[in-house]
Design a protein around this ligand. Structure first.
Ligand SMILES: Nc1ncnc2c1ncn2[C@@H]1O[C@H](COP(=O)(O)OP(=O)(O)OP(=O)(O)O)[C@@H](O)[C@H]1O
Ligand SMILES: [Mg+2]
Length: 421
């Protein structure tokens, strides 16, 4: 199984492509989600920092500066610098003096600004508010201003941790999605591969089956040609052989065509009202001669006037296949019995024979294409290709019905066909 999978380049390519598609979609969704999450959290964090800062500014409007400074706990690591022509108040630690002075000197004095900076392992956000800048004289420097500095290391750590987690989950997710995608692609392809293999087997078996009658026809005609100085009657045996094989061949080709069409859904049924009772009556009559030739008794019990919706010629084909099998696999002296009855489940057709029966291990497989339970008969040339029951099953199921087979070696076989009314 593994080998076939690897050696079929079509499936390998489709599998890789399906996997890439799955991973691509998962990755795209993940990137969109994580970028959104990160952006939202980032905004929340920045807003909480800004609320802390504006809280202090609001306090300054109603409280005197020293009280505000006193209210800033050391743990909050928030510092205030308040300057007027005759006042200079701050709780800024000396460690931040240089950095704050640098930034203060390199930024404009007359407008409000915000800047982030780092000092040692810590990150800070600094906000500058000029107070009382006159718009009439743009060159005038503010007499009063406020600087607020707050430690934002913890908030930024939360953000970078979130970024790390998102990245890690993304990488792990990609690996998982690749594995899952590969597995899912395999599962998706399984029925396709099965159908593909069935077709490959079908073509191989069909070619094999076609070769045998062709070889027989050819060798018999070769003999006839070798005796070209003789008349037709002298070569009747060879001509007859070739003729029989040609008939077998044309039945085989017709069966193959039916099955190939059933696969491609091209064999649409021509549904019509079918008088099943009349159809079976007619078939039993037709098969009387076959039964007589095989020294079999063929009896029937057909409930009259049972009509169903169906394709008459396909139903004809279905019951020919079953009657043909019953005659073919029943030894002289045996009997065949056909019955038709209507039940609430539908029309029930039963064809029983007292023939050789089918081995238990073969019962499930006889509906497979080219499967023949009785290999012994194959050799004497009397048997068919093993397509009959495969076609019968298709016809029954295409009508929404069922076909079942019960058999016991040496006792006989009963085939039951159930068709909806
Ligand atoms: N009534 C039956 N009694 C005993 N064996 C049967 C009977 N019907 C089918 N079988 C077994 O099932 C196999 C499959 O049947 P199926 O009709 O599909 O193929 P076939 O008769 O061998 O060939 P074909 O019908 O294509 O000419 C047969 O080869 C035979 O061994
Ligand atoms: Mg058959």
């Amino acid at each position: 199984m593994m080998d076939r999978r690897e050696t079929n380049p079509v499936f390998r390519r489709v599998r890789v492509r399906l996997t890439m598609l799955t991973v691509g979609i998962v990755l795209l969704l993940y990137i969109i989600t994580s970028v959104s999450v990160y952006t939202i959290v980032q905004q929340v964090v920045i807003r909480s920092i800004d609320t802390r800062i504006t809280g202090i500014v609001n306090q300054l409007a109603t409280t005197d500066v020293q009280t505000v400074i006193n209210s800033l706990s050391p743990e909050s690591e928030t510092y205030l610098l308040f300057v007027t022509p005759n006042q200079f108040m701050t709780n800024l630690p000396p460690s931040l003096d240089t950095e704050v002075a640098n930034l203060f000197n390199t930024h404009p004095r007359r407008s409000h600004w915000v800047v982030n900076f780092s000092e040692g392992d810590n990150q800070f956000r600094m906000v500058y508010f000029p107070i009382g800048v006159s718009s009439a004289d743009p060159t005038m420097l503010p007499a009063r201003y406020i600087l607020i500095v707050t430690n934002i290391t913890r908030e930024l750590a939360v953000l970078s941790r979130l970024g790390e987690v998102l990245l890690f989950v993304g990488i792990a997710g990609t690996v998982l999605a690749t594995l899952a995608g590969f597995f899912l692609a395999e599962r998706t392809l399984r029925p396709v591969r099965k159908a593909w293999q069935r077709q490959v087997d079908f073509v191989a078996d069909a070619s094999h089956e076609l070769r045998t009658p062709l070889a027989v026809i050819q060798s018999n005609l070769d003999i006839v040609l070798d005796h070209s100085n003789e008349g037709v009657l002298d070569n009747l045996e060879w001509i007859n052989n070739a003729h029989n094989e040609a008939r077998r061949l044309s039945k085989l080709v017709a069966d193959l065509l039916t099955l190939a069409r059933s696969d491609s859904q091209a064999a649409a049924l021509h549904m019509d009202d079918v008088d099943l009772s009349a159809l079976l009556d007619h078939l039993v009559e037709l098969f009387q001669t076959v039964a007589q030739a095989g020294e079999l008794s063929l009896t029937q019990e057909i409930e009259p006037n049972i009509h169903i919706q169906g394709d008459k010629s396909r139903l004809h084909q279905l019951f020919v296949i079953l009657l043909d099998n019953a005659c073919k696999y029943t030894n002289p002296g045996g009997s065949i019995y056909l019955s038709l009855a209507s039940q609430k489940g539908g029309a029930i057709v039963r064809i029983s024979d007292t023939g050789q029966g089918i081995d238990e291990q073969d019962i499930d497989r006889v509906f497979e294409r080219f499967y023949r339970a009785d290999k012994a008969r194959e050799r004497d040339g009397a048997s068919g290709a093993g397509l009959g029951l495969a076609i019968a099953k298709w016809v029954a199921e295409a009508h929404g019905g069922k076909i079942q087979l019960q058999s016991q070696v040496g006792q006989g076989t009963t085939v039951t066909v159930q068709l909806p009314l």
